[in-house]
Design a protein around this ligand. Structure first.
Ligand code: ATP
Length: 220
């Protein structure tokens, strides 16, 4: 079932969300206070509206509370982003995602009760940093301040060994939730599963445990 999305702010981030959702066949209402930006998205989004999202009446007129998911991607103007978020939460919008510009902005958005706060530059920086440390660390997803999921290529020290031999849970305190072998993904792999070159492990755990696991088994 298609969801109705509204994206407020068509900068690089909001614009890319709008393009991708539209490409996937979703109905997207693109909102921006800049006429040029709106014109740019006329042929991309399902519908475009030139409006200032800090204007509560304008948002009411648009019927913003009827949308399944509203994304606020106003970057520079933190005040406008916060005010928009307050209006949307007050209106009881079903799902609100807001792009945060910095940690302070993020804290306020969480306090307001925004359902999802994203910090794309910071998160991408973290993911890249992990990949710079080792090309075996393919991806990194922060679950909370101190827990993450990482996707790692089996390091040399893991090849030919089974999960029970490596005993990652006992030795490092983290869990292998899945193993990808080529196109196949094996969720909850059995303990006797032997690791081969090119296998990719999805590991979940506390950051300190994951770091230890990476240092000892992943980074060649
Ligand atoms: P990105 O890195 O994603 O490009 P940015 O930090 O450059 O983000 P801005 O350019 O500050 O983001 O804002 C993104 C868009 O939000 C702009 O097109 C701007 O016109 C729009 N915008 C800013 N304030 C409002 C507002 N109050 N109502 C609607 N749109 C707004």
């Amino acid at each position: 079932m298609n969801k109705d999305f509204a994206v407020i702010g068509l900068g690089r981030f909001g614009g890319s969300i709008c393009r991708e959702l539209s490409k996937e066949g979703m109905h997207v209402l693109a909102i921006d206070s800049d006429e040029e930006r709106i014109n740019e998205y006329k042929n991309i989004a399902y519908h475009t509206v030139l409006a200032d999202s800090t204007d509560e009446d304008a948002l009411k007129e648009i019927g913003i509370s009827n949308f399944d998911h509203v994304v606020v991607a106003i970057g520079e103007n933190i005040q406008a982003s916060i005010l928009t978020a307050v209006i949307l939460t007050d209106m009881g919008v079903n799902k609100i995602t807001v792009k945060a510009q910095n940690d302070y902005h993020e804290k306020i958005l969480n306090k307001i009760g925004v359902h999802q706060v994203v910090h794309p530059e910071r998160d991408m920086g973290k993911r890249l940093a992990h990949n710079f440390i080792s090309s075996n660390i393919l991806d990194y997803l922060e679950l909370s301040d101190d827990h993450s999921i990482v996707e790692v290529k089996a390091g040399e020290r893991m090849i030919g060994k089974s999960l029970i031999e490596l005993d990652i849970r006992a030795n490092f305190g983290c869990n292998i939730v899945a193993i990808k072998k080529g196109h196949e993904i094996n969720v909850s792999p059995s303990a006797d599963q032997e690791l081969r070159e090119g296998d990719v492990l999805i590991v979940i755990g506390a950051d300190k445990d994951i770091t230890r696991f990476e240092r000892e088994l992943v980074i060649d």
